[in-house]
Design a protein around this ligand. Sequence first.
Ligand code: NDP
Length: 328
Amino acid sequence: MFKALLVEKNEEGKTSASVTEVSEDQLPEGDVTVAVEYSTVNYKDGLCIGPGGGLVRNYPHVPGIDFAGTVESSDDDRYKPGDKVVLTGWRVGENRWGGYAEKARVKADMLVPLPDGLTTRAAMAVGTAGLTAMLAIMALEKQGIKDGPVLVTGAAGGVGSVATAILAKLGHEVAAVTGRPDQADYLKSLGASQIVAREELTEVTRKPLEAEVWGGCVDAVAGAMLGRVLKQMKYGSSVAAIGLAGGAAIDGALITPFILRGVNLLGIDSVMQPFENRQAAWQRVASDLPMDVLEAMIQPATLGDLPQLGSDILKGQVKGRVVVDVTA
Ligand code: NDP
């Protein structure tokens, strides 16, 4: 038996989450069993700890869309007991049991060996949010980041915090957009040189274009903010769109920035990334993200804290990266 955060559904269709003992034969099929050490709290986890938001197929369910730990047993030649591994994506924690348990069983293809220079705790401080931030930055680099500040929206959140820190370390001037003015010092400590109030960018305008300001953008928010930001992008620059914390549509967006300024909108999906891309992004994280800055983003938590944290992240109230010590 081992400990897990189990989400159950009653006959009226109501879900409830609690820390419970479960048995190994309840784990899904897979060729590698991992002793999980750390997991994290992402927006999708908030949905899956609650009613599921359409992501969870079967109950009872163990959420946790990412984890890092040590291989306990393996039927695949690529992994042997004792190897340190990390997992993000593949709908683990959504349509199969995830990282909020002392054990997880997955397919070997879903794992990445822990990169040199990262502990399992640091890997989860990065987690899905951080890996997505890195993938977004790599996509911007491929198109070419233009001169001028790089905008990061939803900056005090998980993706935004890591994107801010990495871009600053790479030498870019980072403008961090936040709806929480009390987080200005935190964002400056991550390397932001400019703090932009959320309200400055959420008013929907009918203007086709505005003054060119941003040399690139990592956007975690969409909604009205992305509609405005597109009109302020520099000629030939790119926006890497990773999330929709502010809405699933792009309010007020027009075709003009794409046609008259050659702006690129790059969609970033971390879930189905092939092994090579995930490994390359993890290697870049290990080399480009200063560990002392990463430490400043961490909020420690245990399995018992998750019901509350799941609700907090859906309200946009979580700062930085929550690292769940699954064994505590
Ligand atoms: P967080 O909740 O940690 O951060 C989101 C941030 O967005 C908040 O902290 C807040 O930042 C800002 N925000 C929240 N609500 C609003 C609003 N109504 N209007 C404007 N800004 C808002 O989540 P994550 O960083 O983990 O994830 C962000 C988004 O990215 C989510 O939609 C998530 O599902 C998605 N995602 C996508 C991935 C992919 O593969 N594409 C992978 C991981 C996440 P502040 O207080 O600073 O304004």
